[in-house]
Design a protein around this ligand. Structure first.
Ligand code: 13P
Ligand code: SF4
Length: 406
């Protein structure tokens, strides 16, 4: 059986993400249909045997439970908060990207780590786990359109251009949502990785070491973090990676010299949907509502909200809130729906009236999980996420710096 690696697959474009998200919307958006009926199937990993295509949710549940019982403690399943319900119920640990990375770094017991999330998360787990551990991603096409906006080659070109222009003492910082090669670039050049839960502290770390931060790939998290650190908007430049070499990313030399933060022009197509008018509407219609959003949202949205933070922060804040409280949430719908269900004593709803799942997170269908686990139980490893030794060495440096920043 030939299993594709992520490199064999086309990058996840914003168009694919939105098309797939729209496909998920048509009927009963968050229920699991058999693989063959999920309309985005065509984009997905096609080498899963036909026997899995028509199994429905309950049948898959049985399959997964059986494989898990055979594997016992040799296998652990990690799940990101955005995973659909029919996946997250099998997760031994669920969390945000920081906690899942920390988990992978600290638990050498399991031989197999089956990562239900997106590719950059599984890659980070592969880098941080021990050599005897094998990380499996049930669907190799579960990428992230934001991560794909920062092609490492474009990042190297940007770095060279900055050096040639005499812009020095730049500390490269990449958000976890990026390829291992970009993390390695940061590790090699005195930089670091951050997640949405420690970005302000990572900025402190970086400014202790250099005068400027070059922040990949999410301009919104980078800008929101800059604002939290008291950096003015006129001290943040945006680097447009689509412009040809020599264009200084669309900036003048003076703008780059003045900038404390240079923001890569990437974004998340899920979080960019939230708007200030949605917040205003929620406040009008639900007096006393508290608005909580992810920092990948636009700056205006984060500023209009009452609070912002990682998926773990959102989850804990709502879970620990007093009964009767009302929450409008600006993040991915699978997490919002779960919080609404798990907190029946509170009102929890999504800011965006149009349900928009993260289509790539949604690509982890239970049929793929069943297939990956069945194969492991039969002594075969499919979809192993491997990072070459040189990339892993430097990416690990940047990731370990991140884990050390508390
Ligand atoms: P968290 O680190 O907050 O889990 O976010 C990951 C992510 O991809 C959000 O879009
Ligand atoms: Fe990537 Fe956005 Fe999905 Fe997070 S929600 S994995 S940033 S596309």
């Amino acid at each position: 059986m030939v299993t594709k690696t992520r490199e064999d697959l086309p990058p996840v474009t914003e168009e694919t993400v939105l098309n797939e998200a729209n496909a998920c919307l048509t009927d009963r958006p968050l229920d699991t249909k058999p693989l063959a009926e999920e309309r985005a199937f065509a984009f997905w990993q096609k080498d899963v045997p036909e026997g899995y295509w028509r199994l429905d949710g309950p049948a898959l549940k049985v399959r997964i439970a059986e494989a898990r019982a055979k594997l016992g403690t040799r296998c652990v399943v990690l799940g990101h908060h955005y995973q659909r319900e029919d996946i997250i119920q099998f997760a031994d640990y669920k969390g945000d990207s920081f906690n899942l990375a920390r988990w992978a770094a600290e638990r050498p017991e399991a031989e197999f780590i089956v990562f239900c999330g997106v590719h950059f998360m599984a890659e980070s787990a592969a880098i941080l786990s021990q050599p005897h551990q094998k990380v499996v991603l049930p669907n190799m096409s579960a990428g992230c359109s934001m991560a794909d906006m920062a092609d490492p080659e474009d990042a190297y070109a940007c770095w060279d251009e900055l050096q040639e222009a005499g812009i020095r003492k730049v500390v490269p910082v990449t958000y976890m949502n990026s390829a291992a090669a970009l993390k390695a670039f940061c590790g090699r050049n005195g930089g670091i990785v951050c997640t949405s839960s420690n970005a302000p502290k990572v900025y402190d770390w970086a400014f202790e070491r250099g005068g400027k931060v070059l922040f990949f790939p999410d301009q919104h998290l980078g800008r929101n973090t800059g604002v939290k650190k008291g950096i003015g908007l006129d001290e943040m430049a945006v680097w447009d990676y689509t412009l040809p070499y020599g264009s200084l990313g669309g900036n003048t030399l003076e703008q780059l010299e003045r900038a404390k933060v240079i923001l890569w022009k990437g974004h998340c197509s899920v979080h960019s949907r939230f708007s200030v008018s949605q917040i205003e509407k929620a406040r009008r219609e639900h007096p006393g509502v508290q608005v909580i959003v992810h920092p990948e949202c636009l700056m205006e949205v984060v500023q209009a909200a009452d609070m912002d933070g990682s998926t773990e922060f959102i989850s804990k804040t709502i879970t620990n809130a007093p009964p009767g409280s009302i929450w409008a949430v600006g993040t991915e719908i699978n997490l919002v729906s779960r919080l609404a269900r798990e907190n029946p004593d509170k009102t929890v709803f999504c800011l965006d009236p149009v349900v928009c799942p993260c289509a790539t997170m949604f690509r982890i269908h239970p049929a793929y999980l069943a297939w990956a686990l069945d194969e492991l139980a039969a002594g075969r490893i499919v979809n192993r996420v491997v990072v070459d030794a040189e990339t892993a060495r430097y990416a690990r440096i940047a990731l370990e710096r991140m884990l050390a920043v508390r």
